[in-house]
Design a protein around this ligand. Structure first.
Ligand code: QUE
Length: 350
């Protein structure tokens, strides 16, 4: 079997290359464990001054976690599933606190778990092929991997919109939202890689990486059409999913109607739990957000909608999930709050 993730050392750079293109580089537990192991070695290796994470050329940087295997292991092996999440969230936290530059070259789709291994680092860089999404409410899940930390730091109500709808963001909009640090064209990425490799990063590594990145950054084009609509801040500031949908419906625009139709497809339970999560996440540290994710994920793994959503969207592909509860008004506040109760031992990095 070819390795799902490759590691090499180029001068003083540690390089991680995601290498599972057939599955859009979706993260398996083995990939997570080997990245964790290698980063721990590089952290204490005086010869390594920075880390680059990238994917083999293709359409995706990383589509998320290996949801398919969670689906199949799921109903039978609780311990195995919870291990996956524990190691994934620990890696997200480790990357956030990694004290050498951590440069993610995101040249394609980045969703879910892919966001967790790229956008918590010091230097998330997007190309024009970058497409960001947290589409979990569509599979009866929720934006985990500490996404609530990133989403609550987006301007206005953009993070709530992204987490509930699962809609995509372009590189320019992600830059505006503060989710990525710079945009560098796909074509220029190999040149940046070479520049980083040849740069002396033994002192002032962060500033020197900043300078390298700046040298290849594209100047933001003013004719780029933004998908960030002013209506997002009006509609998604409401405190309940019902009120958000109500305000989209009364906005009477083509855009608002399309967004409302999008919400109508999602798991009602996922929508309400995700909104509560994003409300609770305000002001929390990444560690606290990940602790909350870990508490929440065990409830999702024991529930119905995750398996039904994965079945309908990724396994059978009938795109017709039968959610339980089927409607927003059947999801009580009590059901939502239960998702925040701890049912497994806490995560121990806090
Ligand atoms: C929502 C998601 C994911 C998704 C689709 C959604 C997700 C994920 C994958 C995915 C894609 C390709 C693969 C794979 C998984 O799809 O998180 O194993 O080969 O990982 O609508 O959250």
């Amino acid at each position: 079997m070819t390795d799902e993730v490759l590691f090499n050392q180029e001068g003083s750079l540690g390089v991680i290359t995601l290498n599972r293109p057939g599955a859009l580089n979706a993260l398996t537990l083995n990939m997570i464990l080997s990245i964790q192991r290698q980063l721990s070695l590089w952290k204490d290796d005086a010869a390594i001054h920075a880390v680059v994470v990238r994917a083999v050329p293709g359409s995706a940087f990383c589509a998320g976690g290996d949801i398919r295997s969670l689906y199949f292991s799921g109903q039978v092996n609780d311990a195995e599933q919870m291990q996956f999440f524990w190691h994934e969230y620990r890696l997200n936290h480790f990357i956030h606190h990694f004290d050498k530059p951590y440069i993610a070259l995101i040249d394609g789709i980045v969703m879910g778990g892919g966001v967790g291994i790229s956008m918590h680092g010091s230097h998330p860089i997007a190309s024009e092929r970058f497409v960001f999404a947290m589409p979990e409410t569509g599979i009866g899940f929720f934006p985990d991997i500490g996404a609530s930390y990133l989403l609550t730091r987006c301007p206005g109500s953009l993070g709530v919109y992204l987490g509930l709808t699962g809609n995509r963001l372009s590189s320019h909009d992600a830059m505006k939202a503060g989710l990525v640090k710079k945009i560098i064209s796909s074509e220029q990425m190999p040149a940046l890689y070479d520049a980083l490799m040849n740069e002396d990063l033994s002192t002032d590594a962060i500033q020197r990486v900043n300078r390298c990145v700046q040298a290849f950054a594209s100047t933001s084009s003013t004719d780029e059409v933004s998908q960030i609509k002013p209506l997002i801040d009006v509609c998604f500031a409401h405190p309940t999913v019902e009120m958000i949908r109500g305000s989209l419906q009364s906005a009477n625009t083509v855009w608002a109607e399309a967004v409302d139709n999008t919400l109508a497809q999602k798991s009602p339970l996922s929508l309400k739990v995700t909104l509560a999560q994003l409300q609770k996440a305000r002001g929390l540290s990444l560690a606290q957000c990940l602790q909350m994710d870990y508490d929440m994920v065990s409830h999702f793994m024991h529930g119905h909608d995750f398996y039904e959503g994965v079945r309908a969207l990724l396994i059978d592909k009938d795109k017709n999930p039968q959610w339980h509860p089927a409607r927003l008004d059947l999801v009580s506040e009590q059901m939502v709050q239960k998702y925040f109760e701890r049912s497994h031992p806490g995560v121990e990095w806090i």
